[in-house]
Design a protein around this ligand. Structure first.
Ligand SMILES: Cc1cc2nc3c(=O)[nH]c(=O)nc-3n(C[C@H](O)[C@H](O)[C@H](O)COP(=O)(O)OP(=O)(O)OC[C@H]3O[C@@H](n4cnc5c(N)ncnc54)[C@H](O)[C@@H]3O)c2cc1C
Length: 391
């Protein structure tokens, strides 16, 4: 079963073809260089910008592609067939979605077109030293002073931060209310006084995703850069988290597809006991499990993307898709390494890199445990029992 056998609109299949050609011809030849240098060469970013790949989550009236979520996840699947960092930098982003879905007209006109053109990259800053799964635990403060807010605090593990110019930041505007109306979302520019980016993280995988700490020291942010209502931070986040989780699922599906293809190729060429190893039942069983997990994950991915494109709420389905596909990618990568034997354990065999890259998808945008708590919370609520995610 290949991605091509699931009927999608013609324009989305054309998008898939174009992105696959970009990945095969431009990105894949640089995969090992990206791994070694932990950075994506600017020539690749330039070519992606020329193709409009930075406009994936941005409406066409602000310079984006207008393909919707189905187009975004298909493009992300393809971008994930190479070094995982490529799909973390050239991708639909939560910051662009935040501005597109919750920003006012002025903010959309000012910030979205440069993001769509790839002239500026963006980061989403939520996680802090004391607040990971529990987003209500953030301590970064924002205090109003005239027509500005003064931000103090720091954010950790922020993807793209080392090279981004625009930052969506959550901060506490009312410490007494916190999650109940005390957290606000801001747009912060790299050039604002008091803003700085720390040294880059040294990551196990996704090397080149330019993840870093972000620091606010009396950082001055115009009051006009509040996204949504003051105190409405969780309402803003609710609008975009289902998309961010779906994108993690798309990365997992795209990487899994490539791992399966690499494993199939190896299974028909590597010989032991006088036969291709694919002739042995133990290897065939693994290939069957890999393909089945992949197919199920892809169906969940497309169904959820279609639901979002129809304007329906898909919080539970997005959590399910992310949980299933990221856990499946871990299993598929493990089986892929096993099929490759010792070669799968050695650099620069691609499955070795995929094995490390896909590990992140079970953690970022909410760990697998947190997805389970969201899914169960929805189920129980429908039966009259209200439980908070952290309980
Ligand atoms: C590659 C990568 C990129 C990232 N990019 C960004 C980014 O761009 N912006 C950003 O803001 N953050 C980013 N993050 C951070 C990510 O969102 C957090 O790592 C994630 O939310 C988990 O938080 P934590 O690491 O502090 O783990 P913790 O919250 O400390 O969790 C530790 C463990 O405890 C478990 N746990 C916690 N609470 C519960 C509970 N109630 N019930 C059961 N188990 C629980 C978790 O599942 C986990 O296994 C990134 C992380 C990674 C790895």
């Amino acid at each position: 079963m290949t991605a091509m056998t699931l009927a999608l609109p013609e324009e989305i299949e054309l998008l898939r073809k174009a992105v696959r050609a970009f990945v095969e011809n431009e990105a894949e030849p640089l995969a090992e260089q990206i791994e070694r240098d932990a950075r994506i060469p600017s020539i690749l970013l330039k070519k992606a910008a020329e193709m409009g790949l930075f406009g994936l989550s941005i409406p066409p009236e602000y310079g984006g592609t207008g393909f919707g979520e189905l187009g975004s996840v298909v493009a992300l699947e393809e971008l994930s067939r190479t070094n995982g960092a490529v799909s973390m930098v050239i991708c639909p982003t939560a910051p662009a979605a935040t501005i597109a879905l919750a920003g006012n007209e002025e903010q959309k006109q000012k910030y979205l077109p440069p993001l769509a053109r790839g002239e500026r990259l963006a980061s989403f800053c939520l996680t802090e030293p004391t607040a990971g799964s529990d987003a209500t635990g953030i301590r970064t403060s924002a205090v109003r002073k005239g027509d500005r807010y003064i931000l103090n605090g720091s954010k950790l593990y922020i993807s793209r931060a080392a090279i981004a110019g625009t930052f969506i930041v959550t901060a506490v505007t009312d410490p007494a209310r916190k999650a109940k109306g005390g957290i606000t979302v801001f747009i912060v520019e790299r050039e604002f006084p008091g803003f700085s980016v720390g040294s880059k993280d040294d990551e196990m995988g996704l090397r080149g995703s330019e993840s870093a700490e972000v620091v606010f020291q009396d950082c001055e942010v115009p009051a006009a850069n509040v996204v949504g209502a003051v105190g409405g931070g969780f309402d803003v986040m609710r609008k975009i988290l289902d998309r961010a989780r779906l994108w993690a699922a798309a990365r997992s599906v795209g990487a899994s597809q490539r791992i399966l293809e690499l494993s199939l190729q190896y299974a028909v060429t590597r010989e032991q006991f006088g036969k291709p190893i694919g002739a042995f039942q133990a290897v065939r069983l693994k290939l069957a499990d890999m393909a089945t997990l992949l197919h199920a994950g892809r169906l969940m991915l497309y169904q959820t993307a279609r639901k979002i494109d129809q304007g329906e709420e898909a919080v539970q389905e997005a959590s399910m898709a992310k949980l299933f596909s990221s856990e499946a990618a871990g299993q598929i990568a493990d089986m892929g390494v096993q099929i490759h034997g010792a070669m799968g354990f050695m650099k620069p065999t691609p499955v070795e890199r995929f094995y490390r890259d896909v590990r992140a998808y079970r953690i970022l945008d909410g760990t697998s445990d947190i997805q389970r708590l969201i899914i169960a919370g929805k189920l129980l609520r429908s039966h009259g029992l209200k439980v908070a995610v952290g309980e």
